[in-house]
Design a protein around this ligand. Structure first.
Ligand code: GAL
Length: 387
């Protein structure tokens, strides 16, 4: 199966951690449809760690926890499928999962069969309790082959947190997406740390295997299980989402979609941002040179990116990761627009829909701390230069 667009969906971890059960998952499936999230493209519903019993049965099979899932997993998978969604589950390349349930090490082919029989479409595959003598890439390759042996299309979502140089080998294992960082939390520093840490990984994400910057924290507002305090502001969530989209990252929701706020919903279904994320070419953004800060040094906190989109347009993202409001200057010369070339960019704000004009030399703006601007940019003749 070609994974040609960054996968989109929902995962249980950020809100529920180990407190998952049949009813919650069914209600989530309902809400994904009712809230229009499924229609917007969020079509995988993934159950994370803690769904099984603590031990395998006598034949070495995984056993679903009946206290949490009294109707079994097949019934739940059928329900999720009946809503037009795809069903995802979780296991681990090590001997135990991170929450100390059985991992798939040494049981890969048996577990793959188990998942295929349930009707699983997506397997998140973690990296805890990996025997030290076992080779990480081989374990992902092994599970990938095991999944293929079932004859069912199952997306392998590698979750080795970027360890052991994951970005360099993970595509070769057949995985469709890969985690490149440790776990996100519902805090701005976590979002910023992840964003900065991935600027060196830009070349590794492409159709076939996408860099997963971790599940989104948009809309958690401190109510999930992975945050501290109040969570983030709407401005911070907006920057977080826009950054993931500029990188064409998988978009796995982590909020409780049954109680989604209007602000979160509007952001998550913003069709302009989703188009940027899901652009078929999935190109990494071209990075504008750093602008100078007050002391005359490159200001690492302000990042300006140009992303080529299929069809000829561009997306321009301006991100202020700094803790203070600042001015930002998009200098078109820095991305290859010579002042005399006769072309400029017509910019349309993807949040407001406003056309802010056509620029060919410099576009200057004020940008609040932790905020961003994202424009759809059209290359237009602008009458300057020697044409
Ligand atoms: C972590 C993983 C998280 C979540 C958790 C479950 O290793 O990065 O996303 O799956 O395990 O225990």
């Amino acid at each position: 199966m070609l994974i040609d667009r960054p996968p989109m969906g929902w995962n249980s971890w950020n809100t529920f951690t180990n407190k998952i059960n049949d009813q919650t998952i069914r209600e989530t499936a309902d809400a994904m449809v009712e809230q229009g999230l499924a229609e917007a493209g969020y079509n995988y519903l993934v159950i994370d760690d803690s769904w099984s019993e603590r031990e395998r049965d006598q034949d070495g099979n995984l056993v679903v926890c009946r206290a949490k899932f009294p109707h079994g997993m097949k019934s739940l998978a059928d329900y999720v499928h009946s809503k037009g969604l795809k069903f995802g589950m979780y296991s681990c390349a090590g001997v135990r999962t991170c929450m100390d349930y059985p991992g798939s090490f040494g049981h890969e082919f048996q577990d793959a069969r188990y998942f295929a029989d349930i009707g699983v479409d997506f397997l998140k595959y973690d990296y805890c309790y990996k025997p030290s003598q076992a080779d990480g890439p081989m374990l992902y390759n092994r599970m990938s082959i095991a999944l293929k042996s079932t004859g069912r299309d199952i997306l392998l979502s590698a979750c080795s947190w970027g360890r052991d140089n994951t970005p360099q080998w993970v595509r070769s294992t057949g995985a469709g997406m890969f985690r490149s960082t440790s776990d996100i939390t519902d805090t701005y520093t976590s979002i910023r740390d992840i964003a900065f840490s991935q600027l060196d990984n830009l070349p590794y994400s492409a159709p076939g295997c996408f860099n997963d910057l971790d599940m989104l924290v948009v809309g958690l507002n401190g109510n999930g299980s992975i945050g501290f305090g109040q969570g983030c502001t709407e401005v911070e969530y907006r920057q977080h989402f826009a950054f993931w989209c500029m990188l064409s990252a998988p978009l796995m929701l982590g909020l409780d979609v049954r109680n989604i706020t209007k602000e979160a919903r509007d952001l998550l279904v913003n069709s302009e941002l989703l188009e940027i994320d899901q652009d078929p070419e999935a190109r990494p953004p071209y990075m504008h040179r750093l602008q100078f800060n007050r002391d005359g040094f490159g200001d690492e906190n302000v990042r300006i990116m140009f992303k080529h989109l299929s069809g000829g347009d561009y997306a321009v993202g301006i991100f202020n990761f700094g803790d203070e409001d600042t001015g930002a200057n998009v200098r078109f010369y820095d991305i290859g627009i010579d002042p005399m070339c006769g072309y400029g960019f017509e910019l349309t704000d993807v949040f407001t829909g406003e056309n802010v004009g056509t620029y060919h030399e410099i576009y200057t703006m004020k940008i609040a701390a932790h905020d961003c601007r994202v424009y759809r940019a059209k290359l237009v003749q602008c009458g300057h230069g020697g044409l």
